[in-house]
Ligand binder design. Structure first.
Ligand code: 5AD
Length: 344
């Protein structure tokens, strides 16, 4: 039995064994990692790829994460907020295209107090009773997460970014802590959200060993969703000259995550599609089963610049689902309009 079989049987690997899977130059082992991950995804989801409509509703952010273009120190970014009416009309357009999950993603924008945010979620819940509402609004209090859940939100995305505390401190200002972030994730889970976490691959100062902490943390949290993508530099951040994360590392980690969490919803992320023209395809062939096309108004997309070169047209755009579907068909997959709740 090799390492891939061992992991596929949901047995835990040692740090050294994980590292072997991440760096091995043994072509057979590498190929087996991807094939097995793909088989596990096929066994659980068939050849269906779930779609989530991404609505980037505010690019205001009070945080100052060193890697992110939305950081408050970035004075070159033109800031915007979509009105509730604009957001609901994005949902309306998405609904007509077949979307049954809306992901409201934004910076940590103080304008969105609990009252304001709950009004928005409640309006979406009323207008789209059969849809899942996913929030991605960063760190908030337990009480705030609870109120949003009661207002009708079902899922929450909050990447831990890195599970190594020292590394975390090198990516963020000193006042932010990994412990606080993890506490948010456990709070969200306790409230009843389907929770997604994840991390960047190849962010500055990252060591291969840190991935073992990420995998360990993810195993413990046992999230419904895991999003990982390569770090990509943004010219208006202190990390402008850092090199992007690697495609190979990202897809190996995707495959490992699929084997660890057979039923998790794992997106082939926009960052992966931005890094490489075949990124989305490689991600799916490594076990990813979700794509998140962009439903935001075009003017907003241009201002939601987490990193340089972010793709938001073509197959990344919600309005070109046909194109996306035909791309998926070319390697044996197809989009599904199913809500795609976690069945773990
Ligand atoms: N490169 C890649 N991913 C990034 N994110 C933010 N900035 C970058 C970047 N420069 C990711 C973070 C965040 C998510 C919304 O986008 O992981 O959680």
């Amino acid at each position: 039995m090799d390492l891939v079989d061992k992991l596929a049987q949901e047995r835990w690997l040692t740090g050294k064994e994980f590292k072997t899977l991440l760096i091995t130059e043994n072509e057979n082992l590498r190929a087996k990692l991807f094939q097995t991950a793909q088989q596990v995804a096929l066994a659980n989801f068939g050849n269906k790829i779930y779609i989530r409509g991404l609505i980037e509703f505010t690019n205001h952010c009070q945080r100052d994460c060193l890697y992110c273009g939305l950081r408050c120190s970035n004075k070159h970014l033109e800031r915007y907020r979509l009105t509730n009416e604009a957001i609901l009309s994005c949902c309306q357009a998405g609904y007509a295209l077949g979307f049954r999950t809306f992901v409201l993603q934004g910076g940590e924008d103080r304008y969105y107090s609990d009252d304001v945010m709950c009004r928005l979620v409640a309006a979406m819940r009323t207008a789209f009773p059969d849809c899942a509402i996913t929030l991605s609004l960063g760190e908030r209090s337990f009480q705030s997460y609870k109120r949003l859940f009661e207002a009708g939100a079902n899922r929450y995305l909050l990447r831990h970014e890195t599970a190594d505390a020292l590394h975390y401190s090198r990516l963020h200002p000193p006042s932010y802590s990994l412990a606080a972030r993890m506490e948010c994730l456990y709070a969200l889970k306790a409230i009843g959200y389907q929770v997604g976490t994840g991390f960047m691959v190849g962010s500055p100062y990252q060591l291969t060993d840190y991935f073992l902490d990420d995998l360990e943390f993810i195993k413990t949290l046992n999230p419904a969703m895991v999003g990982i993508g390569p770090f990509l530099p943004n010219k208006d951040t202190p990390f402008r000259h850092q090199k992007p994360g690697s495609l190979e590392d990202t897809i190996r980690l995707l495959a490992i995550l699929r084997l660890m969490l057979p039923k998790a919803l794992i997106p082939a992320t926009t960052a992966l599609a931005t890094l490489h023209p075949m990124g989305r395809q490689y991600g799916i062939l490594a076990g990813a089963n979700v794509v998140m096309p962009n439903l935001s108004p075009l003017e907003a997309r241009e201002k939601y610049t987490l990193y340089d070169g972010i793709v938001h047209t073509g197959a990344e755009a919600a309005e070109s689902l046909k194109l996306l579907n035909s791309q998926l068909n070319s390697f044996g997959y197809e989009l599904t309009v199913d809500r795609g709740d976690y069945q773990g």
